[in-house]
Ligand binder design. Structure first.
Ligand SMILES: NC(=O)c1ccc[n+]([C@@H]2O[C@H](COP(=O)([O-])OP(=O)(O)OC[C@H]3O[C@@H](n4cnc5c(N)ncnc54)[C@H](O)[C@@H]3O)[C@@H](O)[C@H]2O)c1
Length: 366
């Protein structure tokens, strides 16, 4: 199979982890006889510095011609410390999602058994948890009308959803549930918010087309509690942009670390694959970032955009074997991890890459 993949490393550890995700894709291409042609684009702080804009037209044009995108993260302390700066890295990300019509963000939350001890939640509560989040990505307070009034003393953001936006993501969630444990939990705040009342009514309507799937509706505050109390009770979760943003970070603790969680953003055209974490200024340049979220994002890319199920499973198996052999980055190490098995970003990527070669019975690279 011949495919064109654009790599958007972005800022901070985005560059470090994306190099590992790309290496794994190259390894898969070699081991399974595919041809992946890679190109690079600028986004975020790096793009602002180079061109004055967080998503240059040149990058967008490349993305539109790609078969899939592997993205790192955007962000820089300069903007975190000064929220009034008008041109910001995250605008590049929001514009990219809008321009490419990426309205559904899929976040699988699954704990590798080897990492049970790395989570802050008790192992008996966690073991077996397997949740697939569908976070709506192009609506909500992120894109509603916003502004200041009363001499700058009042600020507002508008939470807004239209029927078609809820319908299209609800269908994706119900279809996914049909291939899993056949349950959808729709999360909203319908006791207070009008946009949530519309959300709930639309999901109830869509649910009628999937009689084999059980649907439950949960308020976001209750869902936040239940995720930690009984994560195994969830199968597919569908929710809006803001609630999904918060709940998926909470759920990252089920997977042990932000460094373990991959995501896919899809719509009707090219798919974008990225770790859920940010640019992590606190560890940038130290070579200690966990690359597994980027590597698992590459597995999602192979599966969802290219339909290469065996290749995607091989990547996941390689990660599993790496963890089983005791290799850890610092964020997922526990007191029992042998000192020599705590690896830096690049070496961890190389170990996973070599595991792929071993799975397909090729000699490992030195
Ligand atoms: N999608 C994105 O591009 C995205 C998402 C979230 C935050 N951000 C940006 O990232 C910057 C930092 O934000 P933050 O600190 O709130 O979130 P973050 O996800 O960057 O980091 C949160 C914590 O998790 C740790 N962490 C994250 N990824 C890790 C990895 N792969 N391995 C090991 N540890 C990891 C970090 O060291 C930090 O302590 C900000 O500028 C923010 O705007 C970008």
């Amino acid at each position: 199979m011949k495919k064109k993949i654009t790599i958007l490393p972005g800022d901070g550890i985005g560059k470090e982890v994306t190099a590992c995700g790309k290496k794994v894709l190259e390894q898969i291409a070699e081991c399974f006889g595919h041809e992946f042609v890679f190109d690079y684009g600028q986004i975020g702080h790096e793009a602002i510095e180079a061109t004055g804009t967080p998503l240059p037209d040149e990058t967008l044009a490349k993305l539109k011609k790609s078969d899939a995108i592997l993205f790192g993260a955007v962000g820089h302390p300069k903007y975190d410390n000064d929220p009034t700066l008008p041109v910001r890295p995250e605008q590049g990300l929001l514009k990219m999602r809008k321009e490419l019509g990426l309205y559904a963000n899929l976040r699988p939350i699954k704990l590798f058994d080897e990492l049970l001890a790395a989570s802050s939640i008790k192992p008996e509560i966690l073991k077996g948890a397997d949740i697939l989040f569908f976070r709506e990505l192009t609506g909500d307070v992120y894109f509603g009308e916003r502004g200041r009034k009363n001499d700058n003393k009042t600020a507002y953001d508008t939470m807004i959803y239209s029927t078609y936006e809820v319908e299209r993501i609800a269908h994706k969630a119900f279809k996914a549930a049909q291939t899993r444990r056949k349950k959808v939990t729709s999360v909203d705040k319908a006791n207070v918010l009008e946009s949530s009342r519309l959300w709930r009514a639309v999901v109830q309507e869509v649910a009628k087309q999937y009689p084999d799937v059980t649907v439950e509706h949960m308020f976001v505050d209750a869902a936040a509690m239940k995720l930690i109390q009984n994560p195994k009770s969830f199968d597919v979760v569908v929710t809006g942009n803001l609630f999904g943003d918060i709940l998926t970070d909470e759920a990252s603790q089920i997977a042990g670390s932000m460094g373990m969680l991959a995501s896919a953003s899809v719509g009707d055209t090219v798919g974008l694959y990225e770790p859920i974490h940010g640019s992590a200024h606190d560890i940038t340049g130290k070579g200690i970032a966990n690359p597994l979220a980027s590597i698992l994002s590459a597995a999602l890319l192979l599966d969802i955009s290219f339909g290469l199920q065996e290749e995607a499973d091989t990547v996941i198996k390689a990660v599993e074997r790496t963890l089983k052999e005791g290799y850890r980055t610092r964020d997922i190490a526990d007191p029992s991890t042998a000192h020599e098995k705590i690896l830096g970003t690049e070496v961890m990527g190389n170990v996973v890459s070599n595991q792929i070669r071993m799975i397909v019975s090729l000699p490992v690279e030195k």
